[in-house]
Design a protein around this ligand. Structure first.
Ligand code: HEC
Length: 130
């Protein structure tokens, strides 16, 4: 291997490290135990689904498919909060075009963390009416 190859490889390794540490920063911020479900919801969901989950967020108004009212999930599901379904919508297992592609939901890697997803799911449970 000549020197220029070596440099190329070195810079690849360095950029990979930067990426890894960059992502780590977001990870830590998004998953600290002090972050509440309410804060996560308001940062990542309310722009479309609205502050109280009724589907009346500012960004949502501009979407071709209006964001659904999240307060009626229990009602639609015969009185049982569809916990697994909600977490699958968040982690990208279930496709929602506006949430971004399955492999990379708009909120990125941080919502691949079960604890964070669980907090948001519990917050959405609390928004249910009736
Ligand atoms: C960019 C706007 C946008 C953001 C941000 C967003 N959503 Fe959505 N969401 C939508 C749209 C639009 C749909 C409906 C898509 C469809 O019906 O195909 C949807 C669908 C859903 C559904 C399915 C509801 C049903 O009745 O089937 C759930 C649950 C959901 N979102 C939860 C969340 C949560 C939790 C967050 C935050 C982590 C979030 N969404 C962030 C736009 C958004």
């Amino acid at each position: 291997m000549d020197n220029s190859m070596l440099m190329k490889n070195l810079s690849l390794v360095l950029s990979a490290l930067c990426l890894a540490f960059g992502a780590q920063g977001v990870w830590a911020e998004g998953n600290g135990s002090t972050v509440t479900g309410a804060a996560l919801y308001h940062t990542h969901c309310a722009s479309c689904h609205g502050d109280t989950g009724r589907g009346d967020g500012m960004v949502g108004a501009a979407l071709r498919t209006p964001p659904p009212d999240l307060t009626g999930l229990t009602q639609k599901n015969n009185g049982v909060f569809p916990e697994a379904m909600v977490s699958e919508f968040i982690d990208g297992t279930r496709d929602v075009i506006a949430h971004g592609p399955r492999a990379m939901p708009v909120w990125g890697l941080m919502f691949q963390n079960r604890e964070t997803i669980h907090k948001i799911v519990e917050y959405v449970r609390g928004l249910q009416r009736g």
